[in-house]
Design a protein around this ligand. Structure first.
Ligand SMILES: [Zn+2]
Ligand SMILES: [Zn+2]
Length: 155
């Protein structure tokens, strides 16, 4: 009986050294910050822009025209709130992409030893979604959902 020659071809994947990354230092590739109106709570999103006000999507807050005013305050007759009336705004809630569990910084997870007001980025590196962790179906199929599996919640 002829033994089938199994072509156990070990794919020789060449390891490319990724250390020396050419720094295409064009622009900071950081997430554009959102800004919240102190008066009315309106959040300016650079990703969204305000196309209806002539501000194209992708306009950073810093690049807004001098004449920019909060569209909501203006609409509500609260006066003209310029960029001076805005504060940096960052999300405080993060949602698990797998189960929609929301990590809320205000709440923390006291039962897991995470104090309220613990920032998402300050969570331990081995943090996993507490809900997915209790679901064997998810853990077996996908493994635990780590911090990278969460996305900021904007609303
Ligand atoms: Zn406003
Ligand atoms: Zn989850």
């Amino acid at each position: 009986m002829v033994k089938a020659a199994t072509t156990a071809k070990k794919s020789g994947v060449k390891k490319k050294p990724t250390a020396a990354k050419k720094s295409a230092a064009a622009k900071k590739e950081s997430v554009p910050l959102r800004y919240k109106c102190r008066m009315c709570g309106y959040v300016y999103s650079p990703l969204r822009g305000e196309p209806h006000n002539g501000i194209p999507a992708g306009t950073a807050f810093e690049d807004l025209p001098e004449t920019y005013v909060c569209p909501v305050c203006g609409f509500q007759g609260k006066g003209r709130v310029g960029t001076w009336g805005f504060d940096e705004w960052r999300p405080t809630r993060y949602v698990c992409s797998m189960c929609d569990y929301i990590y809320d910084e205000k709440r923390g997870e006291p039962h897991h030893g995470i104090k309220p007001e613990t920032k998402f980025e300050d969570l331990p590196e081995d943090y996993v979604c507490p809900v997915c962790a209790t679901d064997p179906k998810i853990v077996v199929r996908y493994g635990n959902v780590v911090k990278q599996g969460f996305s900021p919640l904007y609303e």
